[in-house]
Design a binder for this molecule. Structure first.
Ligand SMILES: Cc1ncc(COP(=O)(O)O)c(C=O)c1O
Length: 417
């Protein structure tokens, strides 16, 4: 009798029966307010009726129409819908299945497009678990340790996480840009550097918005040296930050962008987008895959983008997310063990520390468990596992935000009072 790999543990004990909107129902009929959204995936809520209808309709027409063998309508539709939200310069799209695969494709494209070998990634960044994606990940050693050697040509630069350094934001940005210049002089010359790879809002690394001045600094350096600026929008994209793409918060446009998770409300599909001129520099045959751009996932993706527009969900994510942030903020005044509450849009986080201000992962785990007892599902993140993240769907209601905040406060109180 086979069992699920014992290494794949779950953060809650919930056995899901079905789910709808912001709610998960278990096999015993209990309901849970889902502020985990499957790690930021169910953007339009669970089983949005329009997404369900689009997928059902497509299943009866064709499920698998392999993208390097034939063309199919849902993929063309999805590209049309993405065109309404992508920066106009990123007019070429290649589909794959997971965020990691999109990151792999972006790395391959950046190297082929520049003819340069090296990638500069940023400390605390998370880009996935496949070999190249793990090689550029530094959000946690458990993602990259034990199966090396990893891919070469990867250099990590300090990331402007002001809470980690304990400095004001401006000073942290200045330090990080200086260290990047130092990296150019000590480890990888600009002319051998293919790409900067960065999350405009760090996800698994702790829900930290990259300061706009840092992204603007990277954009300027990329332009100066012919380096590709790759923004990983897998977690923060598709409306979560109150902008469709999180790089918009800094007013910059990347050369290559990855996307996945929220773009199809739960169907496994990912993509990279780039200017056609850059995408065309990929070597023939270097892009492909059996399942990439699956017809059912693409139909769900196209409908997801339409639902986000029709129901004004980017705006809703901004409004409701700010309200959640406002409701969580007093926790930092009330408890010494809350080092910071932060976030943007519906990406919200609470960082727990001990009496000396050091990371307190046990507190975060205890709060996660207490939240489950309050019937609220949240997740931990951060290199030390001491951050609790709350990620409601884009269409969360004001009542659900208020209820989620009340349940979370109760969970924190159960652990810390
Ligand atoms: C920013 C970012 N990039 C890439 C990935 C990898 O995506 P996947 O787990 O679909 O491979 C993730 C997953 O959490 C992510 O948050």
């Amino acid at each position: 009798m086979a069992i699920l790999s014992p290494v794949l543990t779950q953060s809650s004990s919930v056995l899901v029966d079905h789910a709808s909107g912001s709610w998960i129902y278990d096999s015993k009929g209990e309901s849970y307010l889902d502020f985990s959204t499957g790690i930021g995936v169910t953007s339009t809520g669970h089983c949005h009726p329009r997404v369900v209808a689009a997928a059902r309709d497509q299943v009866g027409k064709v499920i698998h129409a392999q993208a390097t063998t034939v063309r199919h309508r849902p993929m063309a539709d999805f590209i049309d819908e993405l065109s309404t939200v992508l920066p106009s310069s990123l007019d070429s799209v290649f589909f794959s299945n997971s965020g990691s695969e999109a990151v792999e494709s972006a790395i391959r494209l950046a190297r082929m497009a520049t003819g340069r070998p090296n990638i500069i990634a940023f400390q605390g960044g998370f880009h996935g678990r496949t070999m190249a994606a793990a090689s550029v990940t530094s959000a946690a050693t458990h993602v990259r340790s034990g199966f090396g050697p990893l891919m070469g040509g990867v250099y990590f630069a300090p990331y402007p996480n002001h809470f980690h350094y304990g400095w004001p934001v401006d000073q942290t940005v200045e330090f990080c840009l200086r260290e990047l210049d130092f990296l150019f002089h000590t480890q990888t010359m600009p002319k051998e550097t293919a790409a900067f790879l960065i999350e405009p809002v760090q996800g698994d690394g702790g829900y930290i918005q990259t300061p706009p001045a840092f992204l603007q600094g990277l954009r300027a350096l990329a332009d100066e040296h012919g380096i590709m600026l790759v923004c990983d929008e897998v977690q923060a994209g598709a409306g979560k930050t109150g902008r469709f793409w999180s790089h918009e918060l800094a007013g910059i446009t990347p050369d290559i962008m990855t996307m996945a998770k929220g773009i199809a409300s739960g169907f496994p599909i990912s993509a990279i987008a780039a200017p056609t001129e850059i995408m065309s520099r990929a070597w023939p045959g270097s892009q492909g895959g059996t399942y990439g751009g699956n017809a059912v996932a693409a139909a769900a993706g196209a409908e997801t983008i339409r639902v986000i527009a029709d129901e004004h969900l980017v705006e809703n994510a901004g409004t409701q997310g700010s309200e959640l942030g406002r409701l969580l903020a007093p926790l930092a005044d009330r408890y010494d063990q809350v080092g910071e509450t932060r976030g943007v849009g519906v990406m919200r986080a609470v960082e727990f520390v001990d009496a000396e201000g050091r990371p307190a992962p046990q507190t975060a785990s205890a709060v996660l468990k207490a939240a489950e007892r309050e019937h609220l599902l949240v997740l931990t993140c951060g290199p030390y596992g001491n951050v609790v993240r709350l990620i409601p769907p884009l269409n969360v209601s004001a009542e659900e935000i208020a209820l989620g905040a009340t349940r979370f406060q109760a969970a924190v109180s159960a652990v810390l009072d």
